[in-house]
Design a protein around this ligand. Structure first.
Ligand SMILES: NC(=O)c1ccc[n+]([C@@H]2O[C@H](COP(=O)([O-])OP(=O)(O)OC[C@H]3O[C@@H](n4cnc5c(N)ncnc54)[C@H](OP(=O)(O)O)[C@@H]3O)[C@@H](O)[C@H]2O)c1
Length: 273
């Protein structure tokens, strides 16, 4: 990684916290569906970005109308997003990323935004390669957010490309932490994080539905059953997060064998107890 502090993200020439880093900069989204809107909601709720300095592109009006209602500028031209943004989120479906990037024109006047991809399964080296026709030495970040980001309870793990700077790291960390928890991890862990936290909410929604169905079957009104189910999951998750303990011992208070960080199953051995 480069270590200079002079990137476009500090367009206002200021350094410091996230507001100082991000507010002078403009933010762009190429693709404006579920994930883009979840992240945008988090950034706006936390006041990290100015909607008037934010632009989103998509082929249809389907999603653009929703972000326009938030004050965000919209366009059908992906090049306009790349041309006018200091940080560009790439939020299209994986099979569309290559053609979308191939259609981007080379940027002029030394404009070189930081590209942050949320696209599942596309490596940093592939991103750098695909974007090399758009800018020299593209600065890229690959991140893995999830949909609870929309309510500030998401997870966003990210890895940085070879050309990113210390300032990029600061801006990425400050911005992505708005979604809930965020952390930089080695790129080889991103796919696993995606499988767990990207897909995880769908399983938890099913668990909540099943708990609520059980409550309804036993006579609870549906709204109460759903609230109870969701609060129960939230409470159990908070117990795990706040105690830092494995879920089983949280309930069993040590009845169950402990797990080590590196273990994939409970360790009954002496050293684990
Ligand atoms: N959803 C998740 O939980 C999740 C989690 C982690 C990562 N991701 C990743 O996030 C990415 C987006 O997923 P999503 O769930 O947000 O998908 P989505 O809701 O289908 O949104 C895709 C967006 O891309 C737009 N689009 C399609 N063709 C385009 C083009 N040629 N140029 C510009 N935009 C184009 C769509 O336009 P229209 O609005 O006109 O349809 C839509 O706004 C995926 O790569 C996925 O792997 C998703």
């Amino acid at each position: 990684m480069k270590d200079e502090m002079d990137t476009g993200l500090q367009a206002g020439g200021r350094a410091g916290g996230v507001a100082e880093v991000m507010n002078p900069a403009s933010l762009g989204f190429i693709g404006c569906g579920n994930m883009a809107q979840a992240m945008l909601s988090a950034f706006l709720k936390k006041g990290l970005v100015d909607p008037h300095l934010t632009i989103a592109s998509a082929p249809s009006e389907r999603n653009l109308t929703k972000v326009r209602a938030l004050g965000v500028r919209t366009t059908h031209d992906n090049n306009e997003v790349a041309r006018t943004s200091d940080l560009v989120f790439l939020c299209v479906k994986p099979h569309l990323l290559s053609p979308v990037l191939a259609d981007l024109l080379p940027l002029e006047n030394n404009h070189s935004p930081l590209f942050v991809s949320v696209v599942t399964g596309v490596s940093l080296s592939d991103l750098e390669e695909m974007l090399s026709s758009v800018v020299d030495n593209p600065r890229v970040v690959r991140c893995m957010p999830n949909t609870p980001s929309a309510v500030g309870q998401g997870c966003c793990l990210y890895a940085r490309g070879t050309q990113t700077t210390a300032s990029d790291a600061e801006a990425t960390s400050s911005l992505l932490s708005a979604v809930g928890m965020s952390a930089e991890i080695p790129e080889y862990q991103i796919d696993a994080a995606c499988g767990l936290a990207g897909s995880g909410p769908a399983y938890i929604y099913m668990a909540i539905e099943a708990l609520a169905d059980g409550g309804v079957k036993m006579g609870l009104p549906r709204p109460l059953a759903q609230t109870l189910a969701a609060q129960t999951v939230k409470g159990a998750a908070t117990m795990v997060l706040e105690t830092g303990k494995h879920p089983w011992p949280v309930e069993g208070r040590g009845v169950f064998p402990r797990w080590h960080d590196h273990c994939c199953r409970p360790c009954p051995g002496e050293e684990c107890l």
